[in-house]
Design a protein around this ligand. Structure first.
Ligand code: FAD
Length: 365
């Protein structure tokens, strides 16, 4: 049987592993001991019940293949070296699915769910005692975080600081989306400052309760008890050696062809946030990449040409502001439309994809 190694068990990695489980000898290597449903990570910071729900075991993901918990330190063709293992793991196909790193609380660096939960709990207890919170970054994560905090701690005063000319400038979004989000946040008392940035970082770590004051480049003083950094994602591809220098961009993303094969690296594929596909980084895109790569690898195993191609669709985004608010830009009959809180709650705000993740990982209630 053909051997397939997948590095990274996030949204993309688990999808490709499951799709190939019957036709190949699958090895999924993931540094974390639990799958993390990042879509709900911000709510986990404000609601302890959710802090339990976002960590899901990998035990039932594969029927035939294996999941190894370790960090891939190096690749060598389609073989990988894994922390704590003496021998390289060899394979016929290698799928890179290591995603992006993002500051806490959107993502966690900890490989142990128990330690990650302890950090979330500490941030939650700090929020309970906090009167003013600074969020730096007015993109999707900063906005969602402001929405979660105002939903669960309405008495906290939030300042949302964005260096760009407006909130949500990174995607191809309609002005009505920004207007709806801005209006809802302002109704909740969030102070939105755009076109300005910090002169220096606050002297405390994110999520830690310790009152401070900082100056912005524009000369405004901001006082807060806690702050969060909602910017600065980076593709987690540092384990790729010099032979990837030509196909790796400055931001760490990897060049792939239409089949999602890494350029100049036969039988190495990349999916999800680490690819240089021109689209916003989304879990549903990672899953769609996984389908294409699984189809291509399965075709090659059968001795056929890998014909599946990935083409990005129109941009969409779902932005809950806690369990009852938000706005989204979705596609209706191929046309981009902006919808308000009710539809946003239905699409994501209520469940934050927990059911999907649990079902995919074979976890019964
Ligand atoms: C707060 C938040 C909310 C979001 N909401 C949405 C949403 O509503 N809808 C949506 O579509 N997208 C959403 N996203 C984006 C989505 O989470 C990402 O696009 C998605 O996680 C990308 O999937 P991936 O498989 O590429 O990477 P990831 O899901 O990040 O998985 C990568 C995995 O690789 C592992 N890994 C990394 N390096 C190594 C290594 N060297 N060895 C072993 N394992 C390694 C990591 O531990 C991780 O588990 C959200 C993101 C955040 C942060």
């Amino acid at each position: 049987m053909a051997r397939v190694t997948i590095v990274g068990g996030g949204y993309g990695g688990i999808a490709v592993a499951k799709a190939l489980d019957e036709v190949a000898e699958v090895t999924l290597i993931e540094q974390k001991d639990r799958f993390v449903n990042h879509a709900a990570a911000l709510r986990a910071t404000v609601d302890p019940e959710w802090a339990e729900k976002i960590f899901i075991p990998y035990d039932n993901l594969l029927k035939n293949g294996r999941v190894i918990h370790g960090t891939v330190l190096k690749t060598n063709g389609t073989s990988v070296s894994v922390s704590g293992m003496d021998e390289e793991i060899e394979a016929d196909h290698l799928v890179l699915a290591t995603g992006t790193a993002y500051p806490f609380p959107a993502k966690h660096l900890e490989s142990s769910a128990a330690i990650a939960k302890a950090r979330i709990e500490r941030a939650y207890n700090n929020l309970k005692q906090s009167g003013r919170v600074l969020i730096v970054g007015g993109g999707a994560v900063g906005i969602e975080l402001a929405g979660e905090i105002t939903s669960y701690f309405p008495e906290i005063e939030i300042t949302l600081l964005e260096s760009g000319p407006d909130i949500l400038t990174s995607g191809d979004y309609k002005p009505e989306l920004r207007e709806s989000i801005r209006k809802q946040l302002q109704e909740r008392g969030v102070k939105i400052m755009v076109g300005d940035s910090l002169s220096y970082l606050p002297p405390v770590d994110v999520g830690v309760l310790s009152p401070f004051r900082v100056m912005t480049q524009g000369g405004t003083q901001i006082k807060a008890d806690m702050w969060f950094r909602a910017y600065g994602s980076s593709a987690a591809t540092g384990y790729l050696g010099r032979d990837y220098a030509e196909v790796r961009h400055y931001d760490g993303t990897i060049r792939v062809d239409d089949h999602l094969r890494v350029l100049d690296h036969p039988c190495v594929w990349a999916i999800g946030d680490i690819t240089d596909v021109r689209e916003s980084k989304r879990a549903d895109a990672a899953r769609a990449h996984a389908e294409v790569v699984a189809a291509n690898i399965a075709a090659m195993i059968r001795g056929e040409e890998p014909n599946a191609i990935y083409a990005p669709g129109k941009e969409w985004v779902v932005l809950p502001l806690g369990p009852n608010g938000g706005a989204s830009q979705i596609l209706k009959d191929g046309v981009r439309v902006v919808v308000g809180p009710e539809e946003t709650v239905r699409l994501k705000g209520e469940d934050l994809f927990v059911d999907y993740a649990r079902t995919h990982l074979g976890v019964e209630d």
